[in-house]
Design a protein around this ligand. Structure first.
Ligand SMILES: Nc1ncnc2c1ncn2[C@@H]1O[C@H](COP(=O)(O)OP(=O)(O)OP(=O)(O)O)[C@@H](O)[C@H]1O
Ligand SMILES: [Mg+2]
Length: 222
């Protein structure tokens, strides 16, 4: 099927805690992510949601299993290919915005473009406009509200037009009004840019609105 963006097969991941004690976090599952979908990942604390998101973002490797991104076997790439893939094809949004404190909103977004070898300030401005921050571009993170800072982080995640955006509890640090605004924004961006979003969330209202809920229980998908 050509509407599959990512195909995970037989994913296992664990941590060696002591010589004799191994913690198996992801216990072997297959998962497809489809083009232009907004998929929510839900499940209890410790279920392995962030671990799965890190694997999807190639920030971490599974112990076993494969990941095809379109026709690319992701875990067979060398470090240089993987870094380029991460910078160009994947955008990350975290619970805390992780903006660089000494740079303005515009600089924070532009720097992400520069890292991917583009330095496209016009695109950074377009996206800040898109997230409703046209009049906040020259503010530093400390001069932004929490919701505004998170919207800058969303603009940053989108600046290189990645095929997939991964978000780990993007509304987890926001009050309900700002959380709703971020949710609306993500749905609006998908309509406009047709990108794929995979979002870890504890927000049930948010999850219910997504195209699909991927529920994790004890290292498996149910
Ligand atoms: N580097 C590590 N070394 C050892 N154990 C780890 C490591 N990273 C995560 N774990 C353990 O793996 C399990 C899954 O962690 P993960 O962060 O994926 O959970 P989660 O579903 O995202 O939880 P939460 O909802 O609290 O964010 C947890 O029990 C955690 O303690
Ligand atoms: Mg987590």
């Amino acid at each position: 099927m050509n509407n599959i963006l990512i195909e995970l097969k037989g994913i296992k991941k664990g941590y060696q805690i002591t010589k004799t004690n191994r913690l198996n976090v992801l216990k072997g599952f297959d998962l497809n992510i489809y083009k232009s979908e907004i998929a929510a990942i839900t499940g209890k604390s410790g279920a392995g949601k962030s671990t799965l998101l890190h694997i999807l973002g190639t920030l971490d490797r599974p112990d076993e299993g494969t990941m095809m991104f379109e026709s690319t076997d992701v875990f067979s790439m060398n470090d240089k290919q993987a870094a380029s893939f991460r910078a160009n094809d994947i955008g990350f949004i975290f619970q805390f915005h992780h903006l660089l404190p000494e740079f303005t909103a515009l600089e924070n977004v532009t720097i992400a473009s520069r890292i991917a070898g583009k330095n496209d300030e016009a695109k950074a401005k377009e996206l800040l406009n898109e997230v409703g921050l046209a009049d906040r571009m020259h503010h530093k993170p400390s001069e932004l509200s929490g919701g505004e800072a998170q919207r800058v982080a969303i603009a940053r995640a989108l600046v290189n037009s990645p095929k997939m955006i991964l978000a780990d509890e993007p509304t987890g640090n926001l009050d309900s009004e700002n959380a709703d605004a971020v949710m609306e924004l993500i749905f609006g961006l998908r309509e406009k840019f047709k990108q794929t979003f995979v979002i870890v969330t504890h927000n049930e209202e948010f999850a219910a609105k997504c195209d699909r809920i991927i529920k994790m229980v004890d290292g498996k998908i149910v």
